[in-house]
Design a protein around this ligand. Structure first.
Ligand code: ADP
Ligand code: MG
Length: 705
């Protein structure tokens, strides 16, 4: 029987039942699945160097033949050593532990590629390198400019011989026998328009690229597919929302919103008014609002959202205002409760740390409809909280909710309006990925009188000068934030750093100043107390971790020192900087970098101090760090792309988006189907079906993950 794409993977030459069953446990069941096991990287001339050219501390990949190997007992440690050499020299590969599996693995003369950082001790060496067995012909290939794929593997795959080399052979065989069978679902007109290769070429080139250009073209085609699947889900979800009809649209706004606006100590900016108008239109419409409100840090998103909540209240609907931390929920509650009470609106605060009795009391006021606006954290959406009539959901300052979580919130009400506010501006590609189911609105401009924060970056060598500057500002009745980073993987060490700094500053550096401390592991009441004291100017300096990153609003604070500035991304630095310069005095931000300061860090910090526009900074952050870093590792699955490069593939994102809009509009009733110029209608149902299948697969995978 001839091998086909649907054949079980064990029928690929060299695989068989044993390897086949391990592959299966990794989701590689058919030949097609095997072809979908894309390389994790490549070896080529551009990233390998002759052994004779290695230099200490350089990260290198070298190719060489095994000359000698053995276990050494000299010195303190038992170690395993393999010496490899090429025409230009030799280098030793060393393992101090975990080398049992290496001991009978290679013969003299075997070809290896080794990747690691070069050390020097009686000669050049690579300690615990990554190694990759190669065939002669492949090594030759690398030297003559060919590109060798490296595949993801695992302990159990390696055990049955399915490391890179095993995959290379199997995939080569599968390609030779089945590549022509691959059917391209995308019409050639569409491919040509986008300059993308067909799928057969793509799959061949992603595995065994002829050159860099063909590899990049293949990556772009696969990126297109990934984006298309995600956009299919997003656009379909959006289409569903648009089909929902509100049972009772809101009446036009009147007296209450006006009174609310009049009660404010300031006038709304033109940008705020424009955004508000869009929100009113949404809320008064007959389908629920689903909108992302963006704007630079400090542009005043909160008051716009509150006006929406007042509008809902005026129409006998409740609003839920969800903040990312309890601290912020409390702050919003305290900021707004009095002015809301003045116009006859009652609000409550509901957080996870409330005592049960209190919580029940508040929950009952929500369920009877006695209270109109509820501030809180995600605890708001626990099953025990029931609203009488939830009309508006406001989600503030977060990047932490995916499309499906938003859908869950919406179920708390009868198709409520939803307003999502992002903490920092989001580059368009990311917005379309994370929030592609929402409509967008942007508040342009800042409230009048804001002075740009003067920003610089320094190293620890300038610390005395920085302290002197702090002392001067405090003498001028200004206040200072000193920020410490908090990275999850070393949370305790980081907390220690903030606590130690607090002690050191209070006892030694500024014994005469009052210095507060706030971090995320303090009880919320303690956090709130530290912030309240700072707000009331009972403390001069607040040492804080990034719990103050978003939303905290203290007008008298003018100086922010950011310790370990090298650990923050641009968007985060900008967000932090947004905490100061909120009053009428100019603000100063000093990012302190701790060596070693890489070029990337230098670039980032230079960019930070020379740019003030949050949208530009966000784009640059995406380019410099990529989306995963930018949004933290806990981001929803939507960003787990294999082939997509969000900052380079914007054209593909726009293309998949308009393709899906066309397709899904064309789909439902056959009579409603539109013929479009660029997409022959004959292929439309096939494409919809294709992406439906692919996307439901993706949904399932996301649910498991
Ligand atoms: P962000 O958009 O970053 O969430 P906030 O809503 O916290 O910003 O607003 C920042 C500060 O600006 C707050 O102190 C708020 O009271 C103030 N503010 C908002 N709108 C105006 C305005 N139109 N004029 C003056 N100050 C304003
Ligand atoms: Mg805010």
């Amino acid at each position: 029987m001839a091998l086909s794409l649907d054949s079980p993977v064990q029928f690929v030459k060299g695989i068989g039942p044993r390897k086949g069953s391990v592959l299966q446990s990794h989701g590689i069941v058919t030949v097609l699945d095997l072809l979908g096991h894309y390389p994790r990287g490549y070896l080529d001339r551009s990233n390998t160097i002759p052994i004779g050219k290695v230099a200490k501390d350089a990260a290198v990949t070298v190719l060489g033949r095994v000359m000698a190997q053995g276990t050494m007992y000299g010195g303190k440690n038992k170690r395993f050593e393999i010496i490899i050499g090429d025409d230009s020299g030799h280098i030793s590969l060393l393992w101090f532990a975990g080398h049992k599996y290496l001991q009978n693995r290679f013969k003299k003369g075997d070809l290896l590629a080794a990747t690691g950082v070069v050390g020097f001790y009686n000669g050049y060496q690579l300690a615990h390198p990554e190694i990759e067995p190669l065939e002669d012909e492949q090594a030759e290939g690398v030297h003559t400019g060919r590109i060798v794929p490296l595949y993801p593997s695992s302990a159990d795959l390696t055990k049955v011989g399915m490391q890179s080399r095993g995959f290379r052979k199997a995939i080569k065989y599968a390609l030779d026998n089945c590549a022509e069978e691959i059917n391209d679902h995308l019409p050639s007109t569409k491919r040509e328009e986008l300059g993308l290769p067909d799928l057969t070429t793509t799959i061949r080139q992603i595995h065994f690229p002829d050159n860099d250009e063909s590899r990049e073209a293949a990556r772009r085609r696969l990126s297109f597919e990934e984006l298309a699947e995600l956009q299919f889900l997003i656009i379909r979800h959006r289409a569903h929302i648009k089909e929902i009809k509100k049972t009772q649209p809101l009446a036009k706004h009147g007296a209450l919103v006006k009174r609310f606006a009049e009660s404010l100590p300031f006038q709304l900016t033109p940008g705020q008014r424009e955004a508000l108008k869009i929100i009113y239109q949404d809320m008064a419409g007959d389908t629920p609002m689903n909108r992302l409100l963006q704007g630079d840090v400090g542009c005043g998103k909160t008051v716009v959202a509150m006006a929406g909540a007042v509008y809902a209240a005026e129409n006998q609907r409740q609003s839920a205002f969800m903040a990312p931390t309890e601290l912020l929920a409390e702050q919003h509650y305290h900021n707004w409760k009095d002015s809301l009470a003045e116009i006859g609106i009652s609000c409550v605060l509901l957080t996870g740390s409330l005592k049960t009795a209190q919580r029940n009391l508040i929950a009952s006021r929500i369920s009877t409809g006695e209270t109109q606006i509820v501030f809180g954290t995600h605890a708001l959406f626990s099953a025990t909280v029931k609203f009488k009539r939830l009309g508006l959901v406001i989600i503030d300052e977060q990047h932490r909710f995916g499309v499906s979580q938003r859908a869950q919130l919406i179920e708390k009400g009868e198709s409520p309006d939803v307003l999502v506010m992002s903490a920092t501006p989001i580059p368009r590609t990311l917005a379309l990925t994370l929030y592609g189911d929402l409509d967008f609105a942007t508040i342009k401009g800042l409230p009048p009188g804001r002075k740009p924060v003067k920003s610089v970056w320094r190293t620890a060598a300038d610390r005395q000068k920085i302290y002197k500057f702090i002392a001067e500002r405090v003498a001028n009745s200004e206040q200072v934030f000193i920020i410490y980073p908090l990275v999850q993987r070393s949370e305790n060490i980081d907390l220690l750093a903030a606590e130690e700094a607090h002690r050191d500053l209070s006892e030694t550096v500024f014994p005469n100043l009052k210095i507060g401390l706030v971090h995320g592991q303090m009880k919320v009441t303690q956090q709130e107390k530290a912030i309240a004291e700072f707000r009331a100017a009972l403390t001069d300096i607040l040492v804080a971790t990034t719990v103050v990153e978003v939303g905290v609003d203290i007008p008298r604070a003018t100086v922010m020192v950011i310790e370990h500035g090298e650990r923050f991304g641009l968007a985060q630095l900008h967000q932090l900087r947004g905490r100061i310069g909120r009053g009428d005095k100019p603000g100063y931000c000093v990012a302190v970098a701790t060596p070693p300061i890489s070029n990337l860090v230098r670039k980032r910090l230079n960019y930070f101090v020379s740019h003030t526009d949050g949208f530009e900074l966000a784009e640059a952050d995406l380019k410099l760090r990529g989306p995963g870093e930018m949004f933290g590792t806990k981001q929803s699955g939507s960003l787990n792309f294999r082939m997509v490069n969000l900052s380079a593939d914007q054209d593909l994102l726009e293309a998949t988006r308009s393709l899906m809009e066309t397709l899904l509009e064309a789909k439902p009733a056959a009579s409603k189907r539109k013929k479009t110029a660029d997409l022959p209608s004959r292929t439309t149902p096939d494409l919809v079906q294709y992406y439906e299948e692919r996307s439901s697969l993706r949904e399932k995978i996301a649910q498991i993950a």
